[in-house]
Design a binder for this molecule. Structure first.
Ligand code: PBG
Length: 326
């Protein structure tokens, strides 16, 4: 029989530590890095206080320093000098990301480099795929885009990326990327799929950071409707069946239910991306003195792990290395 006793346990700090279910560690975070062909020295992104675009010549030392402070993995985004309709910069052998990966691997060989694979930073119109204009309307051409996405992924792997991360949300891209990598001899390069990526207002500041706002229309025809959870599970299932090694849910806090269900249903490596708009909100509140930044961030990160994330891509990864030292 259960003994019903009023709860009197005095939760000392030691007891709290002993019975804590979710613990944060310095291994739980991936740092996004932006490298631009257009600048020489670091430039702060106005909508993301403390986050910078970096020049090609400094990206390796930035990455190396992050690694020395404890960051295990970075997620790399590139901003090319010129853009065109076919996103040719995305898969160029000497493209901005390809060059940066080679540099980083030379200076910090043990740092895991994940590359964001998408066309939006490289297309003149800012969409994640190739587009056909039809008077007022536009169509994103799925299969043509997938071909370029796969080509881009192979060029990243050839430069030395450990994991490629397709974030475009075209249909069938994971299978195509897997096949192209295998065929090119990169069967050990893994895929982190942005599997459940919602068409979110919280990407706003990122589009400043990556200089990739769509010039017309929006991304709702290929990103997911925030109202759909079952569909998100189907997307994840598809990506896993096509060969994704890690599935990612994005954004984070508004989609905790999705994260939890993905983790529960599939039990596969699951990541979450705490995105630019979520970052900017906490920053703005902290700057106004409305919220305590460090405590807020630790609570957010704990929530994301509790909901099932194996790791969290986020813009505080460097601060977290400091905060979680002791
Ligand atoms: C697309 C991409 C986006 C983000 C990561 N990869 C933007 C988008 O889909 O519009 C957003 C990340 C963030 O907001 O922090 N290449």
């Amino acid at each position: 029989m259960l003994v019903h006793r009023p709860r009197r346990l005095r939760r000392t700090a030691a007891i709290r530590n002993l019975i804590r279910e979710t613990n944060l560690s310095r291994h739980d975070f991936v740092l996004p890095l932006f490298v631009s062909e257009k600048i020489e020295r670091a430039k702060e992104i106005p909508s993301m206080p403390g986050v910078h675009q970096h020049g090609e010549n400094e990206i390796a030392s930035i990455a190396q320093r992050a690694h020395e402070s404890g960051v295990q993995a970075v997620l790399l985004f590139g901003i090319p000098k010129s853009k065109d309709e076919q996103a040719s910069g995305a898969h160029a052998e000497n493209g901005v990301v390809q060059n940066a990966v080679r540099q980083i691997k030379k200076h910090a060989p043990d740092l895991t480099v994940i590359t964001d694979v998408c066309l939006c930073e490289y297309t003149s119109h800012g969409h994640c795929g190739v587009v056909r204009l039809d008077g007022e309307h536009f169509h994103v051409l799925n299969d043509e885009s997938v071909e370029l996405i796969a080509k881009t992924a192979v060029s990243h792997a050839a430069a030395g990326a450990d994991l490629v991360a397709p974030s475009d949300m075209m249909d069938g891209r994971i299978g195509a990327v897997r096949a192209a990598l295998d065929q090119a001899g990169f069967d050990q390069t893994g895929i982190m799929s942005y599997a459940a990526k919602f068409a979110s207002v919280f990407y706003g500041p990122f589009r400043d950071a990556a200089e990739s706002p769509p010039q017309f229309g929006d991304r709702r025809s290929y990103q997911m409707d925030p109202a759909n959870a079952d569909e998100a599970l189907r997307e994840v299932e598809l990506d896993l069946s096509e060969g994704a090694d890690i599935v990612l849910v994005k954004p984070a806090l508004p989609y905790l239910d999705i994260l939890w269900r993905v983790r529960e249903r599939f039990g596969r490596p699951t990541a979450v991306y705490h995105v630019s708009g979520e970052f900017a909100m906490v920053k703005a509140a902290a700057e106004k003195g409305l919220i305590e930044e460090r405590a807020a961030v630790l609570e957010i990160m704990t929530s994301l792990k509790r909901a099932g994330a194996d790791f969290i891509v986020n813009y505080w990864a460097l601060d977290l290395m400091e905060w979680l030292k002791s």
